[in-house]
Design a protein around this ligand. Sequence first.
Ligand code: SAH
Length: 214
Amino acid sequence: MVKDTFRHRGKRNQLVELLKAKGIKQERVLEAIGAIPRHLFMDSSFEDHAYQDKAFPIAAGQTISQPFTVAFQTSLLQVNPEDKILEIGTGSGYQTAVLCYLKAKVYSIERQRELYKKTKRFLQEIGYRPKYLNFGDGYKGLASYAPYDKIIVTAGAPFVPKPLLAQLKIGGRLVIPVGEEQQIMTLYVRTGEKSFEKHEYGEFRFVPLLENKN
Ligand code: SAH
């Protein structure tokens, strides 16, 4: 396995400065990006790309999200220590690691078996401890551990799956990119049993949240 070196840490600090310049303000989020060795979440031959602010291909035709996107979504979640957070789309596990670093109790779902297995092993190896990794369909959420303080979807959702809204605590936040070709980053805040506030935050591009293909 490639190590985390002084050079990697230097590049990470530059990335943190770039994210600040792009408007990321939450100190703990910046601290997480500055601490987590993103290059280890990618194939070692691509490690030179790890600290550019770009999405990058990982196994099974999927991508590790762009650092700005990870920082932006994580900021919208307003993570507090001990928050119970559901993530849809474990992928490389990088976003999972960011949430673990922020001391959240993380539950994450991935529908690609290969990725699910690989990432489960890898996160253990590197010492991040999500509460539960699930091989399954994120459209259904994870009812057995609901309700959640926060839910984050890291793939482009053509619509907002009802189970995700239902599995949110009152006062809880769902951050989800909604759309087909491009997505609008959308935040839902549950204000009551049947009421939600909706806020929109501009365009992003994700791999699709796939339905009925599990
Ligand atoms: N959070 C990841 C982003 C990975 S890209 C990271 O930081 O690397 C989105 C991921 O969502 C892919 O791994 C894809 O396989 C997964 N995905 C797509 N549809 C899904 C579904 N219905 N349920 C769970 N995961 C899904």
